[in-house]
Design a protein around this ligand. Sequence first.
Ligand code: COA
Length: 723
Amino acid sequence: MPLPTSIRREGSLAIVTIDNPPVNAMSASVRAGLLAAMQSLSRDSSVEAVVIACAGRTFVAGADIREFDSGVIEPTARQVLNAVERCPHPVVAALHGTALGAGAELALACHYRCAVPGARIGLPELTLGIIPGAGGTQRLPRLIGARRALELILEASPIGATEAQRIGLIDRLIQDDLATGAVAYARELIGEGAGPRPTSGLPVDSDGFDDAFIEQRLAAAHKRMRGQRAPDLAVEAVRAATQLSFEEGLDREAQIALRQVKSAEAKALRHLFFAERAAARVPGLSQSVPPLMIQRVAIIGAGTMGRGIAGTCADAGLQVELIEADAQALSNGLAALRAIYESAVGRERITAEQMTERLALIHGGLALEAVNDVDLVIEAVPEDIELKKRIFGRLGSLNCAGALLASNTSTLDLDEIAAASGRPESFVGLHFFSPAHVMRLLEIVRGRRTSDEALVTALALAKRLRKVGVVVANSAREPLAARGSEIGSGERGGHSFGFVGNRMMLEGYLREADQLLLEGAAPDRIDRALERFGFAMGPFTMSDMAGLDVALKSRESSGIRARRRPPYHEVADELARRGRLGQKSGAGFYRYEGGARTPLPDPETTALIEELARRLGIERRTVNDEEIEVRCVYPLINEGAKILAEGIAYRPGDIDVIWTTGYGFPRVRGGPMFYADSLGLANVYEEIARLYARLGQYWQPAPLLKELAESGRSFAQWSNERQ
Ligand code: COA
């Protein structure tokens, strides 16, 4: 194997190049190579300056995350970076791409930094549940002050080179070729007699780094990183920079970082990092099929989903035809879109010019003929299968023969809709989540006849829209009857009602939460318990936001409501029948005063629950928080196991990505399947079997869960065995 580091000489200049594709992660071999290079160059009196640069698409984009589980491997990043900083010749970092984590820390240990304008630099460690552990918390405050350093670390998102230069992180922007520019810059430094400039020798500017500031930034970080400890630990490390010597500060940082890398939080977030990337690799999908070019998109339906999807597409620079049958609905949709953009301008997320540009990409119309010549059609009308089939039936007579066809259905049988289009091979499900311009998840549904080209195009689209695309199947690999299907599994013909995300929510989580109401727990009690578990929002606050009529309609029109035995969403559906539709009607599980969004407990709901419980012969009792957690979360695991066995989801990690990016499952727990593994599947199975004995029907343990529990395996092992 070629070494990942090399040295090239240009007279008295030495250029060290790191070449470790794909992202030049600072693996053990890179560290060893870099240390050897710095040791030999430091001894070499013919060297007057050193440039450290990277081959390929980026400067070092971080430590090698795959090594995090293997403990400390020498030489450590600290040893290597100290060797860089102690070099007796000036060392210049030449940045392009993304200098992240250990890459940014390497740049901080160099004496000078230059970058192309497109480069980005940052310390995103907190997104992985860890803190910078290669001197970042000690060197950054010395370069830009403790206050700004803490902000950058807590924000955990990289900044551009121009901004980096403004705050003193980058010394020189190189407008043309980086290699040539960096060498010229190093020669300039030699000419000026500029010697080494070790960051560790600089004093820390603690101006404004006070408790009030720290509290405020910490609160903002906790809001974004629910349930994480890492933000507090980052504060502790940066505080150490303001109080201790550099070496003592490094010791403190190392102590915290080494402990935290082994924490449950960090393991969960690492799992999600790799699971999100693995989701793009679909088993059996040919890598060589090129995606279709998508530039013009028709979106049918200007309701909440349609307009959100239109905005998402315009944000990515796509041209949008927003089609709606009803003139008033169209103008409402366009007005709502403008309001979304205006609010984004108000919050300084985008500029007024960007708003104008994006709105100019969206064209509204009343005729379906606007689909002519588009590259993609996304249908986003209400969940009525006949309506959807009618729309796609009409497309056959219009001029969009080459277009990818997509339905935004969240529950219905995609194959049935695809068949109505006459082009099932060009058909996929694109299940966006509301609000579509905010939520990161895109569930891509693969029909029985979806072509590889259609799937590859959908995945490329997800990336272009900056979403996490997860491919799921519309129906089970084999007829369910053959496998002895259980209640809660897929439907007729093997179709998975609700695919992965909604199926787990409707058949597991929400169904059980609804039943707990009948057994005696109040809506706010259940909401609070699950928020404490880490969900972004409790199930009933969420249901009230989504609208109870929408859920009832999909259960009724699909025939599911009639096929399931009670208790099955009894409270939710009765509330909807009585016109309590949630926030939009001022009352649902909760009541809302004067159009406000604050959910208030409602005695009317309690009375209805008591009435239903009486009717169903359910005895009411006190339900504690622990039971609420188990009763709502374990069905996710059980249903997830069925979904895996049926081949509806390809990997447990895909389910985890769906639930953490689309349904507010706590990222610090890694998603329901990772969480199950961390509890031990034998424990989970035992509990589910106990609940099956007590509650019957819906709790029947999934055969896969039973099999794994009995053989002492985890979902992760099962998944690896199938690679
Ligand atoms: N360690 C190990 N592997 C890494 C890695 C790291 N720090 N960063 C990226 N990779 C791998 C990815 O897993 C992926 O592998 P795959 O192709 O086998 O799935 C590959 O590199 C490309 O990454 P991807 O994210 O798909 O490419 P991108 O161009 O969209 O984004 C980055 C590139 C660098 C911006 C992005 O990968 C990233 O943010 N990496 C993590 C940076 C980080 O947090 N660093 C701090 C670590 S302490």
